[in-house]
Ligand binder design. Sequence first.
Ligand code: TRP
Ligand code: SF4
Length: 327
Amino acid sequence: MAIKRVLSGMRPSGKLHLGHFHGVLENWLKLQRESECFFFVADWHALTTEYNNPSNIQDNIKEMVIDWLSVGINPEESAVFLQSAIKEHAELHLLLSMITPLSWLERNPTYKEQTEEIKDRDLHTYGFLGYPVLQTADIIIYKADMVPVGIDQAPHLELSREITRRFNFLYGEIFPEPQTLLTETPKLLGTDGRKMSKSYNNSIFLSDPPDVIEKKILPMMTDPARQRRTDKGNPEVCPVYFLHRIYSTPETITWVEQGCKTAGIGCIECKKSLIPSIIKRLEPIQKKRTELIKNPDVVSEVINRGNAKAKQIAQETMTGVRKALKL
Ligand code: TRP
Ligand code: SF4
């Protein structure tokens, strides 16, 4: 069986948190061992919502790529590149925009939700509506077979497949229809019990030093039914328990389950047993991070090499596309 090509991207959101690590990056690491991978920074996509504030994008790109490399994305195996360095994405986006019906974009649930929810800036823009068209260009320009994404991105991928089919129908079978590879994410919540998200200020970052991790875990939300030490708890509703499930040994997890349900242990005790395992797990990642920060040229070099590899494929694809469109 031929080796599959995998492509995925993230908007440059700066430092990554544990939700990104266990939800996305660990999956990338697995795919990196099995397939030919392309991982890119979607900096143009960042502008669809941050067009009024582009000043952080450069720093956010660096921080994010440093995190990718620190967890083990290996530039010898995977191409790590920057969307805006490959102008061919923009050309393909333009051509795809000719064949994408507006109704497909307007009924996109993410578009509907976000234009209603986000009130602090105007998202009724051409670029934001066309977000999935650019995303389609990102994917098919590399003729990617598989796109690993979280469930929130599934509607975009469905649109990408529709746009690809339409292109192939009109101009010939140029692109494989990209398959969505839904990433299974372990249950993990922020310190306040909501989804871990930078904007909620409830995140534990991969780069948080040990004392910060401790300061964030100790006051963390627990089962709200456990008001007093003598109240019995239910670990299944406790964000601390979800972290134990990821970081602790099976023995400790059993100890938490039993101790919590019987009020045999207190929440502080429970949290204190968690903190060192998180710190220990992040230690090698942070060590790598420190090295990379000391050698910023290494990071630029990785991106340059990834860009060169991506560029070559994108150029070849566009030669075929222009021919198919009689351009
Ligand atoms: N929309 C994706 C996100 O917000 C980022 C992205 C852009 C992407 N282009 C892509 C993901 C292509 C996968 C494939 O996370
Ligand atoms: Fe959560 Fe642990 Fe407290 Fe139970 S004992 S509520 S699992 S912190």
